[in-house]
Design a binder for this molecule. Sequence first.
Ligand SMILES: C[S@@+](CC[C@H](N)C(=O)[O-])C[C@H]1O[C@@H](n2cnc3c(N)ncnc32)[C@H](O)[C@@H]1O
Length: 274
Amino acid sequence: MSLKKILKERLNLRDEELSKIRRSFEIIGDVVVIDIPDEVYHLKEDIVKAILEKHKHVKTVLRKVGEVSGDFRVAKYEILYGEKTETIAKEHGCRFLLDPTKVYYSVKLSGERERIFKAVKTGERVLVMFAGVGPFAITIAKKAKPKEVVGVELNPVAVDYFKKNVKLNRVENTVKVYEGDVREVVPKIKGKFDRILMPSPNNAVEFADLAAEKAKSGTVIHYYTFAGIEEERELAKRVEDLFSQYISCKAIFIRKCGNFAPYVYRYVVDLLVD
Ligand SMILES: C[S@@+](CC[C@H](N)C(=O)[O-])C[C@H]1O[C@@H](n2cnc3c(N)ncnc32)[C@H](O)[C@@H]1O
C-alpha cells in the first residue's frame, strides 16, 4: 500500500508535498513502520489517522528516524501512535514474534522466501547464515521437507525471538538455532550443506569463504547483495568470481528482490557448486 495513495485520497496534498514522500510503508503484524520525510512531518497526525482508518487492526505506528544500520540492521524509530512495539507477523502460514525496534524483519522479503522454500528438495540440509528471527529457516522447515535447517544469528534479541518462533511454529525437530558471529560459529558446525543462504546484503561479501567451506558438489548458494541498476549486467559474473576464489561454481540465476535506495536494489544471485 502506498503512503502517497492514502495521502492523495485523504489529504488533498499539493504535488510538491506528495513528491517528498518517497517510500511506502510496511505493516508488520499490528505495527506500521513508516518513513515520513521532515518536509511533511507536520502532516504526521493526518497520516496516522489515514492509516488507522484504512487498517483497523493497527495498534502502533512507528516512524523511521534513521536508516537501517549497524551489524544488527535495525533502524531507529519514533512512536507516533500506540505503545507496544512487539508484534506477531504472519507469513506463508507461519507466525513470527518480533519487535521491529530491536531486530530486522521485512515483510517485503516474503516473495523471496517463497521462491526459496519452493526450491528446497526433500531431505536437504540447509544453512541459513544471518538468520534474524528465523523467517527463512522456519518457512523452509514448514513449507518444504528438509532434513535439517541450521540458522546462525548474531543479535541476541533476534536469537531469542528465533528460538521462540521455532516453538511457535512447531519446527523444533527440524530447525537448530545458533547464536553468534557466523565467522566463529559456522566452522564449528559439522558436515556440508545442500543449500546455503546468505541474506545479509550489506556484509555477505565478507563471508564467501565460509559458505564455500560448507558447500559440496551440487550445493546451491543464495547470495544477497546491494547493487546499482547500472551494475546489474556484470553482477552475476562478479559474484561468481568472488566465490571462484574458493570453489568452482556457476551463477545460475539473478534477480532483484527489493529496493534499498533510489536506483539501488537488493539482488539475489544463486550459485551452483560444481
Ligand atoms: C538483513 S538481516 C536479515 C535477517 C533475516 N534473514 C530476515 O530475512 O529477516 C541480517 C541479519 O544478520 C545478522 N548478522 C549480521 N552480521 C552477522 C554475523 N557476522 N554473524 C551472524 N549474524 C549476523 C544481523 O543481526 C541481522 O539479523
